[in-house]
Design a protein around this ligand. Structure first.
Ligand code: SF4
Length: 206
């Protein structure tokens, strides 16, 4: 049975798919399905592969991140995509820098796209939000170094909505932070906190 909540989220995702607020952005990448969930993952922005695949975290960073969830929570990629809503700071691929690497979305683009995130937090009222990478984490809290915040749980607020926040480092191969100490141990601690969170009960199979 399709619930009113599901219909609301479906309408939101349809509108998001058609968004063209930013002049230098193209083709929003949205969560594979409109997944009603109490857990929300917030990524940074898609890369070149995601618009082609039509889903977030579709390439190597995704493989690494889904590997963390499989190893620590027993949730594989298919289960994750079916049970956790995937949002992002910016839903469109920002393009490449002249010097190589993906362009970081500018403040106007982040502000434009934050309306979508705000709406998702209003519709879903998640109990747990997992921001992935510095740009995503900074939408909810200020910090200097990942070492200070990874492995910890916070109560965060975004435009009047409160929820638990457990940040993760970006799984991109560009940063070795999560593969060397203390990052490796802090990542394991963060994953244990996520897996043990009550909101994950509806996500985990084991
Ligand atoms: S980045 Fe966000 S606000 Fe800008 S066009 Fe894409 S979906 Fe719309």
């Amino acid at each position: 049975m399709t619930t009113a909540l599901q219909r609301k989220l479906d309408a939101h995702v349809d509108a998001l798919r058609a968004c063209a607020r930013c002049v230098n952005m193209h083709k929003p990448v949205v969560s594979g399905g409109a997944v009603v969930s109490k857990v929300m993952l917030v990524g940074q922005a898609p890369g070149t592969r995601e618009p082609v695949a039509g889903k977030p975290f579709a390439w190597t960073a995704g493989k690494t991140m889904f590997g963390w969830f499989e190893k620590f929570c027993g949730v594989d990629e298919a289960q994750f995509r079916a049970r956790i809503y995937m949002a992002a700071v910016c839903r469109c691929f920002p393009g490449k820098n002249a010097t190589g690497g993906d362009r970081v979305p500018n403040e106007v683009e982040v502000q434009n796209c934050s309306g979508w995130l705000d709406a998702e937090l209003t519709i879903l009222k998640p109990e747990l939000v997992i921001p992935v990478g510095k740009l995503a984490i900074r939408q909810f809290m200020q910090f200097e170094k990942l070492d200070e915040i990874i492995g910890k749980k916070f109560v965060a607020e975004f435009r009047g909505k409160k929820f638990d926040l457990i940040p993760l480092p970006h799984p991109s191969g560009a940063s070795p932070w999560h593969r060397i100490e203390p990052g490796k141990s802090l990542l394991a601690l963060a994953m244990k906190r996520i897996c043990g969170h009550p909101a994950m009960r509806g996500v985990k199979l084991r």
